[in-house]
Design a protein around this ligand. Structure first.
Ligand code: SAH
Length: 214
């Protein structure tokens, strides 16, 4: 992977675009300014790496729009050393953002080719999340509970196991809806059965699907 002055320049512009769209957390803006998004792109779209758009990454999936990645991350309020569960590794780009914030990341992907590819890329760049191949609907109970849980695919409803695996005081961010779009939902767990739910605008994600795919 080469990271040229041109890449760095394009990243600076991308950071400005995202800042103008309303992202304020400087740690997140720094992460976007640091991570070589071109390393996570499908080769057919490499010239568009620093456009603020989602692009296909194979297997019918997409690398999320950088603004969306930043927006979800901002809602998650990640602090260093927190345990963060990510559902939908995809390209691994969002995983890298969470790691740049100093989190301990547990990431699950249900499509084997993406699971294998994103592992190789993240490792090459020196990022060290815990990788799992499986169905994120179930969360990862044996590694929980988690301070933060992030779902990066559109869920028809909020998976119960994820609520159960959230620590008291923990935050879950999940886009909820069908194929015509989703509402970004943030859940804060106040106590055992006490959850606060707020809505944060409309987005378009690929669907959260059950089971795994080889
Ligand atoms: N954050 C990723 C988003 C990828 S798209 C990125 O920016 O690249 C969403 C990903 O969620 C896809 O890779 C899809 O295969 C995965 N996914 C969908 N349902 C899932 C499930 N039940 N468990 C784990 N991963 C899932």
């Amino acid at each position: 992977m080469t990271d040229t002055f041109q890449h760095k320049g394009l990243r600076k512009k991308l950071v400005e675009t995202i800042r103008e769209k309303g992202i304020k957390d400087s740690r997140i803006l720094d992460a976007i300014g640091t991570i070589p998004r071109h390393a996570f792109m499908d080769s057919s779209f490499i010239q568009f790496s620093y456009k603020d758009q989602a692009f296909p990454i194979g297997a019918g999936q997409t690398i999320s729009q950088p603004y969306t990645v930043a927006f979800q991350t901002e809602l998650l309020e990640v602090k260093p050393r927190q345990r963060v569960l990510e559902i939908g590794t995809g390209s691994g780009y969002q995983t890298a953002v969470l790691l740049e914030l100093g989190a301990s990341v547990f990431t699950i992907e249900r499509q084997r080719p993406l699971f294998i590819k994103s592992q190789a890329i993240l490792r090459e760049l020196g990022y060290k999340p815990h990788f799992f191949y499986g169905d994120g609907f179930q969360g990862k109970e044996s590694y929980g509970p988690f301070d933060r849980i992030l779902v990066t695919a559109g869920a028809e409803n909020i998976p119960d196991p994820l609520l159960k695996q959230l620590k008291p005081g923990g935050i879950l961010v999940v886009p909820v809806g069908g194929e015509n779009g989703q509402v970004m939902i943030r859940i804060i767990r106040n106590g055992e059965d006490d959850f606060d739910k707020t809505e944060h605008g409309y987005f378009a994600f690929v669907p959260l699907l059950k089971g795994t795919q080889d």
